[in-house]
Design a binder for this molecule. Structure first.
Ligand code: SF4
Length: 406
């Protein structure tokens, strides 16, 4: 293993990329971003599998509006993927995303690129310059005789120069290709050209096992050379598989630690009924020492918690003075708030001893009904829009105007 290449550091929400930070794992949702609940369920499944950063497409105004509802409830930072319409980048930032990905091959007018960079600069958000061999600017491709490593790097550096003209440098870069040798050569050249952090990927790698092998060959080779700060496996498969593969590669190369207890917690939002950070910390302390190999979720509210974390083995969601203990999304017990962590530990030990089926068999009669009643009561008292998403959506509609005029 070569030493890691020194780079600048950018922050995608709470996740540092480059500058010596652990190599992060990314994936992308496959749902329509306008489908808020479906997208959030997928994001929770990805976070549970070890995804650090997730990308969602922002390809239409409805997607930007969906992001305004998704971002406050996502457990991991969200990158909006933008193609063609720079106004959708502005709308995604209004929706609260933690970063953007722009494809220089698809947004070509420098004034549009710079309008986005200025706004990102004002908001302190990083941008990934995401060059793709398949959608390279035709003018650059023609000059280089195709999508060569030099052409891919030139496209990235030209976009970076536009950003620099408006004083924006909070940038990470990717130069993906579906050809592994091309992708390796392009990243090597890029690493020699700039000190910005690099996002690695073999694009359109295909279904496993071919897609896995190509991704490991390309990403693994570069990581072993010390190149790369964040990775994504682009598989034609459930994105959870991408994350598992990415994490496994990083663990195999000794770049990330192995996972034991997998505690996931919602980031908390306007619906939260407890101090999620404190409960998560207490739960971690209680469970970690026991070496319990489960995925456990701590969720701030009973309205959405069990649904968002339905793939977790076990979880607790906070209601008014109560905790809903759920196993694989099914409420098995309702306990007083002060007993939440103790109940969680007890249930975790039961799952280890008797399995998920055993825990579900011990579900208290009436727990689901009591939980449903608590959810209704909370929804009635908090209203449907505690995260002020409607206000953001109104502003997105102002920004949007006629997005087809880009
Ligand atoms: S408080 Fe509820 S809605 Fe908000 S992020 Fe947590 S679980 Fe989701």
């Amino acid at each position: 293993m070569h030493p890691r290449r020194p780079t600048r550091q950018v922050h995608v929400g709470t996740v540092a990329v480059g500058g010596g930070a652990p190599v992060s794992v990314q994936s992308m949702t496959t749902t329509k971003t306008a489908d808020v609940e479906g997208t959030l369920a997928q994001i929770y499944a990805l976070a549970g599998a070890g995804c650090d950063i997730v990308r969602c497409t922002c390809n239409e105004e409805e997607a930007a509006e969906g992001l305004a509802r998704i971002v406050p409830r996502s457990p991991i930072p969200i990158v909006a993927d933008i193609h063609f319409q720079h106004r959708l980048a502005l709308a995604a930032m209004e929706a609260g995303v933690q970063a953007l990905r722009l494809n220089p091959g698809n947004i070509r007018k420098p004034q549009h690129v710079q309008a986005v960079a200025r706004e990102a600069g004002d908001r302190g958000l990083p941008i990934r310059i995401g060059v793709n061999a398949g959608s390279l600017d035709p003018e650059i491709a023609a000059r280089h005789g195709g999508a060569t490593p030099e052409a891919l790097v030139e496209s990235a550096m030209r976009e970076l120069a536009y950003f620099r003209e408006v004083g924006f440098e909070d940038v990470k870069i990717s130069v993906k290709a579906s050809s592994v040798p091309l992708m390796i050569d392009a990243y090597r050249l890029l690493a020699d050209t700039t000190d910005h952090p690099l996002h690695l990927g073999v694009t359109e790698a295909g279904p496993p096992p071919q897609g896995l092998v190509k991704s490991v060959a390309g990403i693994g080779t570069l990581l072993a050379e010390g190149i790369g700060d964040t990775i994504r496996f682009s598989l034609t498969a459930d994105p959870v598989e991408e994350v598992r593969a990415g994490r496994t590669l990083l663990e195999a190369l000794g770049l990330r630690e192995r996972r034991g207890l997998d505690l996931i917690a919602c980031p908390s939002c306007g619906r939260a009924e407890v101090d999620v950070i404190r409960v998560a910390r207490d739960a971690q302390a209680a469970l970690e020492d026991r070496g319990i190999p489960l995925q456990v979720a701590v969720m701030g509210c009973v309205v959405n918690g069990p649904g968002e974390a339905r793939d977790a083995d076990l979880g607790i969601a906070a209601g008014r003075g109560k905790g809903h203990l759920f196993v694989k999304g099914h409420v098995v017990r309702v306990v007083p708030e002060g007993e939440m962590v103790a109940a969680l530990t007890e249930e975790a030990e039961r799952i280890v001893a008797e399995g998920v089926e055993g825990a579900l068999a011990h579900a208290e009669a009436g727990a689901e009904a009591a939980a449903a009643a608590d959810r209704e009561e909370l929804l009635a008292s908090q209203g449907p829009d505690v995260n002020h998403a409607a206000e953001r959506i109104a502003r997105i509609r102002e920004i949007g105007g006629d997005v087809t005029s880009d």
